[in-house]
Design a protein around this ligand. Structure first.
Ligand code: ZN
Length: 242
């Protein structure tokens, strides 16, 4: 069977967004799922999202929120808003769910492509790739033609030729011999000013990558955030896409 992958990331406990993306992916003929990390954190359904990801047999790498929500580490380096949610999330998960987060690897190679949450040069440092210089540091460590990542919540494609090109696009044909570092954006908390969920589909046989955006029921996600008394800013930012 030809594999068609949905690459999802930064789901952050947003069940409405995740269900919308999974439904769309299946309609598009996707038969395999991978996740570039941050299943939990920020929104009100971390346990439900984790269970759905497990159910999809989704190969998942570790995000910084997955890490901190499953380790009793000091949160001083975290933004206070994020630290507050990490603490709340820790209390929503069963010991089995915490163990599932703990065993996640930092980097995986699936079907000839790589997945990582932040960047391949120092994945445990959780560095953000916002420019071509940072993308170049990643390419030095990238052994496959295609690598998918997340973390910034902003979809973008970096292409390595002699220099790195940075592009925002929706469809990309993979050219043999080139290298691509592709940010799939965020399912559960987009930050590029577009509130719609982002994810990517990779058709391995035809070497085609599509970056997709989907509307979902934001008001329902906001309602849940307010109901459990998570910070109001987390609800507001969903409609702004920031
Ligand atoms: Zn994230």
């Amino acid at each position: 069977m030809d594999k068609k992958y949905a690459i999802m990331g930064d789901i952050h406990g947003n069940l409405e967004a995740l269900e919308t993306v999974v439904k769309d992916a299946k309609e598009q003929g996707v038969n395999s799922f991978v996740c570039v990390g941050d299943v939990v954190g920020y929104n009100a359904n971390p346990a439900e999202c984790l269970e759905l990801i497990k159910e999809l047999k989704c190969v998942t790498v570790r995000g910084n929120h997955d890490h901190y929500c499953s380790h009793d580490e000091c949160l001083d380096d975290f933004h206070p808003l994020a630290a507050n949610v990490v603490d709340w999330t820790r209390h929503q998960l069963t010991p089995e769910q915490i163990e599932w987060l703990r065993q996640l690897k930092m980097v995986c190679i699936v079907d000839g492509f790589t997945i990582v949450h932040s960047t391949l040069d120092m994945p445990e440092k959780w560095g953000y790739v916002f420019d071509t210089l940072e993308a170049n540091a990643n390419f030095t460590y990238q052994s496959t033609s295609v690598c998918f990542h997340g973390h910034t919540h902003v979809p973008i494609v970096y292409e390595r030729q002699d220099v790195v090109r940075k592009e925002a696009l929706t469809k990309l044909k993979i050219t043999l011999g080139k290298k691509y570092f592709i940010n799939v954006g965020s399912v559960g908390q987009p930050r590029d000013g577009d509130p719609r969920s982002a994810y990517a589909i990779y058709d391995v046989k035809n070497k085609l990558v599509e970056l997709r955006r989907l509307s979902y029921d934001i008001s329902k996600t906001q309602e849940k955030i307010r109901k459990v008394h998570l910070p109001e800013r987390l609800a507001k930012r969903l409609e702004a896409g920031k």
